[in-house]
Ligand binder design. Structure first.
Ligand code: PGA
Ligand code: ZN
Length: 414
C-alpha cells in the first residue's frame, strides 16, 4: 500500500530543474527522476515549467505541487503493484491528451517511482517486476560518441554519431568494445583537430569543430579500425534529428540547402559508403511519406522514428500503416507513463519493428531505462557516450543486470 508520496525539485545534467519523486510503502521505497530533451518533438507530452523568474523560467514547482497534492491525495492507500491501474488513474486525473494539466513530468515521476517502490516491496529486481521472469535479453548499446546538432556548438547538422558494438558475446564485452573505440576516437580527433576537439557535448560524446557529415563518419570508421574491430563488429547509427535543420521548406546540411528528395539521395549515398545500421529521424517530424520512401529504398537499414512517433501509439499506428519506418525510439517522457510506453513497445514488436529504449539529452542519475530495456527485451539502448555519470549510470546498471542474471542472460542479436 502506498503510504506516502513526496516530490521535490532537483537539478539535471544540463543544470536545469527537474522533478524527483519518492514513493513509500509499508515495506518498500522507490525514487525516480524525470529527464528532459533539447530537440523535443512537437507532439511530445507536455513538460510543465513554471515560466516565472526562478531558474530563467525553467522551475518545476508547479509540477512538484501537483504530485504533492492532487496526485498524492488520489493514490494514497493504493496497492503499489498495480502499475497499469495507477497509470490509468494518473491519465484520467490529468484528463488531457498531452498531460498538460498536471504535467507529463509530474505524472512520469510518479509512474516510475511507483514501479521502483513495487519492485522494492516485492524484493525482486525492477526488470523482473516490469517484464516478468522471461526478461533476460540485454540490449545492444548504441553509443553517441560524437555530438552535433542541438547537443554541441559545432556546425554538424546531424545530431548524433553512434557506434553499435553488436558482435559481442555479452553486454559486458560490448561495453568494452565501445569504450575502447571511444578512446581511439578521442585520439584521432585530438591529432586531427587539436586538443579542444575532445571537449564533450550534452551526451558525453566529443564535440569537435567538424562541419561536414562525411568527415565525422571517417573519424568513426578510423576509430573502429584503430581499436581493432571490423565494420561488422561495430556498426554506425545516426540520429539526424532532422526537424532541427528543417526550416519548413528545406533542409540545411553540410553547408548546402536540400529538398527532401536531395536529402534522400544524400542518405542513400552515405549508406553506400559507410557501415551504417540505423538512421533516426532522417526527415522532419511530419514527413511520414519521406520516411516510408527511405524505408523502402534502404531496405536493410533500421529507420527509426523518434520525433516522428513520440512513443505514442496513435502516431506509431499511422506509421505502421504506411510502412514509414522499422524502428521505434522509446522515450518514457515523450508519453508520460510506464504503461503507455510499454503499449508502444508491444505495438512495435507485433509489427516487426526494432525497439530502441532511449535516454534524453538532459538526464539524471536515474537508471530506470536500463531495467525497462531488459523488461521489454529491447533490441538496443541509446544512452549517450560511455562517459559522464548520467550516461554511465545506465550502462553500469546493465552491467549489474547481466551479472545478476548470470548464465541465463542473452545478448541481443541484431
Ligand atoms: P533530445 O535528444 O533528448 O534532446 O530530444 C535525443 C534524441 O533526439 O534522440
Ligand atoms: Zn532522436
Amino acid at each position: 500500500k502506498i503510504e506516502n508520496i513526496h516530490a521535490r525539485e532537483i537539478i539535471d545534467s544540463r543544470g536545469n530543474p527537474t522533478v524527483e519523486v519518492d514513493v513509500f510503502t509499508g515495506n518498500g521505497f522507490g525514487r525516480s527522476s524525470v529527464p528532459s530533451g533539447a530537440s523535443t518533438g512537437t507532439n511530445e507530452a507536455l513538460e510543465l515549467r513554471d515560466k516565472d523568474e526562478r531558474y530563467r523560467g525553467k522551475g518545476v514547482i508547479s509540477a512538484v505541487d501537483n504530485v504533492n497534492n492532487t496526485i498524492k491525495n488520489e493514490l494514497l492507500g493504493m496497492d503499489v503493484r498495480y502499475q497499469r491501474q495507477i497509470d490509468g488513474l494518473l491519465i484520467d486525473l490529468d484528463g488531457t491528451d498531452n498531460k498538460m494539466n498536471l504535467g507529463a513530468n509530474a505524472i512520469l515521476g510518479v509512474s516510475m517511482a511507483i514501479a521502483k517502490a513495487a519492485a522494492d516491496s516485492l524484493n525482486i529486481p525492477l526488470y523482473t517486476h516490469l517484464g516478468g521472469t522471461n526478461s533476460f535479453n540485454l540490449p545492444v548499446p548504441t553509443m553517441n560518441v560524437l555530438n552535433g546538432g542541438e547537443h554541441a556548438g559545432n556546425k554538424l547538422a546531424i545530431q548524433e554519431f553512434m557506434i553499435q558494438p553488436k558482435e559481442a558475446g555479452s553486454f559486458t564485452e560490448s561495453m568494452q568494445m565501445g569504450v575502447e573505440t571511444y578512446h581511439a576516437l578521442g585520439k584521432i580527433l585530438e591529432s586531427k583537430y587539436g586538443p579542444a576537439a575532445t571537449n564533450v557535448g550534452d551526451e558525453g560524446g566529443y564535440a569537435p569543430p567538424i562541419d561536414v557529415t562525411s568527415d565525422a563518419l571517417d573519424c568513426l570508421v578510423n576509430a573502429v579500425e584503430e581499436a581493432g574491430y571490423s565494420e561488422t563488429d561495430i556498426t554506425i547509427g545516426l540520429d539526424a534529428a532532422a526537424s532541427e535543420f528543417f526550416d519548413g521548406n528545406s533542409y540545411s546540411i553540410d553547408g548546402k540547402v536540400m529538398d527532401s528528395s536531395e536529402l534522400m539521395d544524400y542518405y542513400l549515398e552515405l549508406l553506400d559508403t559507410y557501415p551504417i545500421l540505423s538512421i533516426e529521424d532522417p526527415f522532419h517530424e511530419e514527413a511520414f511519406e519521406d520516411f516510408a520512401e527511405l524505408t523502402r529504398e534502404a531496405w536493410n537499414t533500421i529507420i527509426v522514428g523518434d520525433d516522428l512517433f513520440v512513443t505514442n501509439v496513435n502516431r506509431l499506428s499511422r506509421g505502421i500503416e504506411m510502412d514509414a519506418a522499422n524502428g521505434l525510439l522509446l522515450k518514457v517522457n515523450q508519453i508520460g507513463t510506464i504503461s503507455e510506453s510499454f503499449d508502444a513497445a508491444s505495438m512495435a514488436n507485433r509489427n516487426g519493428y526494432n525497439v530502441i529504449v532511449s535516454h534524453r539529452s538532459g538526464e539524471t542519475e536515474d537508471s530506470i531505462i536500463s531495467d525497462i530495456s531488459v523488461a521489454l527485451g529491447a533490441d538496443m539502448i541509446k544512452t549517450g557516450a560511455p562517459a559522464r555519470s548520467e550516461r554511465t549510470s545506465k550502462y553500469n546498471q546493465l552491467l549489474r543486470i547481466e551479472e545478476n542474471l548470470g548464465d541465463v542472460s542473452r545478448f541481443m542479436q541484431l
